[in-house]
Design a protein around this ligand. Structure first.
Ligand SMILES: Nc1ncnc2c1ncn2[C@@H]1O[C@H](COP(=O)(O)OP(=O)(O)OP(=O)(O)O)[C@@H](O)[C@H]1O
Ligand SMILES: [Mg+2]
Ligand SMILES: [Zn+2]
Length: 460
């Protein structure tokens, strides 16, 4: 039996999270306010089916309806073991047709065999056909008093409004890495398996909010490492996780624009059999952490040591450049997920070319850098100070611009252009009202390469 099945919570108290749903259901049970239709929605592996079975037991327990399930009476035991004749689980993905729902309606009118309620748990309910939904709707409009429907779905938006409005709707939240790691620790303690604390976070992260996925990964890692203890090395090896130093180095290469080092790293990774999809995903997680730590936001999924390392790295980055790197690689990751059948050699190519492009783009000033530069120029012009720093060409005392037929000049409306002293351009015999040329000179003076697009923007 898998760990996920073995550690499926059997009562409200054992649930991780989902407090809002659990609390409302418990109150309803204790006040005997039993609804006839519930709709549970949320991501996969967050406890919808688990909660549905707990609710079924709470309704049919010999002490019920109750929020404190005994788990030992005949009803509870049968439901836990999935063999209660009065709790019927239907997978709508494989029973979506009108005949299935007609059959359900025909059966629903009969009283339960031996329990208080006949409970229908319809999983993946969004898969029903339009006719099936219509047939179901008729039953929901006038449900037999002994019937309770629990509909579960990962896709609320596919449920017709007519259906949803007849149900009590509960939202099931995804779990954060801390919550998941806590549950994994609980399971390992029960299993009496020793573990390194930091070994759990990477598994929790990889679960992406789903407890079931994380517990399955734990299962897989234990099978990989042998059952008696769980080390961070075993987790890394089993989940294809590279040591953080690999990311430290790679990200340093991105920061310095060292294309040679970056391509080399990719080459070595693929030679070593690394999975580039996993690498890119984890690289993004690292970059996200860099951005957030750089903004002094706590990142829960990081161990203390990693957080300290990342804080040091974050301080070395220009945040705009960092965000640009993230955005470009994020796009690439999206492309990767479209390329489902791509070979690893093709992924490698795509990654290499993306890196060439990225390093090239990082050498061009960003819009925010340009804006800063313009601000500095404006300031220099207005105050007459710091101008020498901004433009290497010496500007003699400003000549009265008004002497020129300003109104006739289309760029005169631009304060920067209008305020540009005639002298620097005049000295080199150029058109001193040409903003593009002026800015270019300003940038050249600071040895910042000018992007041709930007140049165009300024008419250069
Ligand atoms: N809230 C929770 N507390 C503790 N364990 C949970 C919780 N939610 C899920 N699990 C674990 O994950 C497993 C799967 O949960 P469950 O079947 O309830 O998910 P689900 O939301 O119905 O997913 P799906 O949409 O894929 O059907 C459970 O057996 C249990 O081990
Ligand atoms: Mg389910
Ligand atoms: Zn019971």
């Amino acid at each position: 039996m898998s760990l996920a099945t073995r550690y499926r919570p059997q009562n409200f108290e054992d649930l991780v999270g989902q407090l809002a749903a659990a609390q409302s259901l418990k109150n309803a049970l204790d006040f005997k306010k039993i609804g006839h239709a519930y709709l549970f929605h949320g991501a996969r592996g967050v406890g919808k089916t688990t909660m549905a079975r707990i609710l079924a037991k709470a309704l049919n327990c010999v002490n019920g309806p109750t929020s404190t399930i005994c788990n030992i009476c005949e009803h509870c035991v049968e439901i836990s073991e999935g063999r209660s004749t009065d709790v019927i689980e239907i997978d709508a993905a494989s029973n979506r047709g009108i005949d299935n729902i007609r059959e359900l309606r025909a059966q629903a009118v009969f009283a339960p065999m031996k329990s208080r309620y006949k409970v229908y748990i319809i999983d993946e309910v969004h898969m029903l056909t339009v006719e099936s939904f219509n047939a179901l709707l008729k039953t929901l409009e006038e449900p037999p008093h002994h019937v309770v429907f629990i509909l579960a779905t990962t896709e609320l938006h596919k449920i017709p409004e007519t259906i949803a409005s007849r149900c009590q709707v509960f939202t099931f939240k995804k779990f954060n890495a801390r919550e998941i790691a806590g549950r994994l620790a609980h399971i390992l303690e029960k299993e009496q398996i020793a573990f390194e604390k930091d070994a759990l976070l990477p598994i929790a992260e990889r679960g992406e909010g789903s407890l079931r996925d994380a517990i399955s990964l734990l299962d897989q890692t234990l099978a990989f490492s042998g059952q008696d203890s769980l080390t961070i090395q075993a987790v890394r090896a089993s989940l294809d996780i590279l040591p953080i130093e690999v990311y430290n180095q790679f990200v340093a290469g991105l920061r310095t624009g060292d294309l040679h080092a970056l391509l080399n790293a990719i080459h070595e990774l693929t030679q070593g059999g690394a999975n580039l999809r996993v690498f890119l995903k984890d690289l993004l997680a690292y970059l996200r952490a860099l951005v957030l730590v750089g903004e002094k936001v706590e990142v829960h999924s990081l161990s203390k040591e990693d957080a300290a390392q990342i804080a040091e790295r974050a301080a070395e980055w220009d945040r705009h450049a960092l965000i640009r790197v993230f955005q470009q690689l994020f796009k690439l990751n999206q492309d990767f997920s479209q390329m489902l059948s791509a070979k690893s050699s093709e992924l490698k190519m795509a990654l290499e070319i993306a890196l060439v492009d990225l390093v090239q783009k990082l050498k061009e000033p960003s819009v925010s850098q340009l804006v800063q530069k313009i601000e500095r120029l404006k300031n220099a012009i207005e105050t007459g100070k710091g101008f020498e720093d901004t433009v290497a060409v010496a500007a003699p005392a400003a000549q009265p611009v008004a002497a020129k037929p300003v109104a006739a000049n289309p760029v005169a409306a631009n304060p920067v252009a209008a305020a540009v002293p005639a002298a620097p351009a005049a000295a080199s015999g150029e058109d001193h009202h040409d903003t593009g040329a002026f800015l270019q000179k300003a940038f050249l003076a600071e040895e910042v390469p000018v992007n041709p697009e930007t140049q165009k923007m300024f008419g250069g």
